[in-house]
Design a protein around this ligand. Structure first.
Ligand SMILES: [Zn+2]
Length: 141
């Protein structure tokens, strides 16, 4: 699902009305949506994978992967969880319980058209800003 106004406004304010990369001040109408983990490499339109950027940075970045990209993605994901942007879809636990589990995520397991995040006990599968599946795993093993 492509970013709608709601997601665009969210990232605009999340970045404090600045370009995610060069921190230049931007008007809302000036932002370009950058897919942090490029679509061409399997990135998605999820809100934690889009950042508001100036046109110049968006052009320079193109399909390159920023340094520490995976750590940044985990941070953007947890920020979206804290902001109640990530919810469950037909899960057997409440969104409140889910939120607690999601805040323990510490790494990206896989990205290939969808994101999979892991905490030390669970693996979460994300589509369209929703967790549609999670399972118990011991990721330390
Ligand atoms: Zn910029």
């Amino acid at each position: 699902m492509k970013p709608r106004t709601k997601e665009k406004l969210y990232i605009y304010y999340r970045e404090n009305k600045k370009c995610f990369y060069c921190k230049k001040d931007l008007l809302y109408k000036q932002i370009s949506i950058d897919h942090f983990y490029p679509l061409s490499l399997g990135g998605t339109h999820d809100v934690f994978n889009i950042v508001s950027s100036c046109k110049k940075c968006n052009k320079i970045k193109e399909n390159n992967l920023p340094e520490n990209a995976l750590d940044t993605l985990v941070n953007l994901f947890k920020k979206a969880v804290r902001d109640d942007f990530i919810t469950g879809s037909n899960l057997d636990i409440s969104n409140r319980e889910l939120k607690e589990l999601l805040l323990k995520v510490y790494r990206v397991k896989n990205i290939s058209g969808e994101f999979i995040f892991e905490s030390s006990n669970y693996r979460f599968y994300i589509k369209d800003n929703q967790v549609y599946k999670y399972n118990y795993v011991n990721t330390k093993m």
